[in-house]
Design a protein around this ligand. Sequence first.
Ligand code: NAD
Length: 454
Amino acid sequence: MKDEDAKLSRRDLLKAATIAGLDLAAFGLGSTHAAEPDSTSSEPRTRERTMIGVKFEPRDIVRVGIVGVGLRGTDVLGEFLAIDKVVVNAVCDVVKEKCLRAAQMIEKAGQKTPAIYSNGERDFEQLSHRDDLDFVYIATPWEWHVPQILAGLRAGKHVGSEVPAAYTLEDCWNIVDTSEKTRRHCLIMENCCYDYSETMVLNMVRAGLFGELVHGECAYNHDLREILFENANEGLWRRRHHTLRDSNLYPTHGLGPMARYMNINRGDAFSQIISMSSSHLGLEEYRKEHVPAGDPKWKEVYKCGDYNTSLIKTARSRTILLQHNVSTPRPYDRINLIQGTKGIFRDYPPRIFIDGQEGGHNWTTLERYKEQYESPLWKKQGETARKLGGHGGMDYLMCYRLVQCMREGLEPDIDVYDAAAWSVPGPLSQSSVANGSMPVKVPDFTRGLWQKQR
Ligand SMILES: NC(=O)c1ccc[n+]([C@@H]2O[C@H](COP(=O)([O-])OP(=O)(O)OC[C@H]3O[C@@H](n4cnc5c(N)ncnc54)[C@H](O)[C@@H]3O)[C@@H](O)[C@H]2O)c1
């Protein structure tokens, strides 16, 4: 896609929404309420200042600041502290006790007491301006990701956001524009890209084992009902999003690894999406069974379908099924299926079939291919990763690899174009669902550079 197409797709969307008399903000096409006013996407978008291929400046020590030390931020802090040559100099959370708990962990790891920022919702701005940070990691509720990303980039820091990086189309452009303008990287901390099967299958894809890729299926299917209704942690903010939007609220855990298999932004691109949502009975039934009468939660009206199912077409005519479901009882599953002209892999449990293999059309185990295709990251760091245990080890490997890229002055594995492309199915699925599953063009955040094979 060219620049014009990207603009056109956004114009088309806005036009379609206007024709249908829709409130743009309600459909995720405007900025989040907390986005800053001068971070609009109106300036000309050129490809000269791309962040594609931009390497980190090499450094011996990686100095980290963390915004949000709730459940996730604390886990990832533990991973960073286990990596050599990382120092955590500052932490920020609106809840001071959480900062103090993080500070204790940092001291226990033998590092000096970090600076603490817990003076209100915008104290992250003070953290961003410190001159002893190279990287700011963000693990806050979704509505804060973009303001915190922009603050970090503008203060000259590389940033990494938890998932999704943004949930409006405008904010996807905001992070791309600001990363390009400030020449700082904005990564999406998509840990699932570093999971065991995903890294091994990526090696197999690159070795051509599956032939030419034609189709993929991926998802975030995770029963979060108990967590969503807790009076703590994610229960305090995540359920609210189910009252605001009917869409894929959390697309990146499945789509990130899929995008890597398909070389999205590196030879292929998401071109269009259509989406459909089921009814939203899951949260309602759970509330009926678990929430006492009179609880304020009874005032909530849930909008988000239990199952959101989208189909994405790529510029190279591949198809991707993308699903989201966090509100019905079921075992965890990201599907993680990749089909090529010579074979197929499907996860949960991992199994593989390669054309012509012995035993007819039957699955075989991934184990059989371990010797040849296991990722070097898992081969060398797998033991430490498994010991630390964050999501089976993938959290450690994500952090380890980031630190390696920053110390050695490499390109990041995942850049701002990935952050935008993997997050944008959120607002685009919302727009499609709202308009009778209308196909919606996916903007080209790389401004045409996706065509260059990397
Ligand atoms: N990659 C993964 O596997 C994974 C797993 C869980 C959560 N997440 C993501 O991590 C993020 C955080 O989720 P969580 O489970 O830790 O939620 P949480 O509610 O436990 O933690 C969020 C923290 O942010 C703090 N906070 C809120 N507003 C803030 C502000 N303006 N400034 C500073 N701190 C603020 C809260 O006090 C809280 O401590 C979300 O984006 C979520 O989607 C990712």
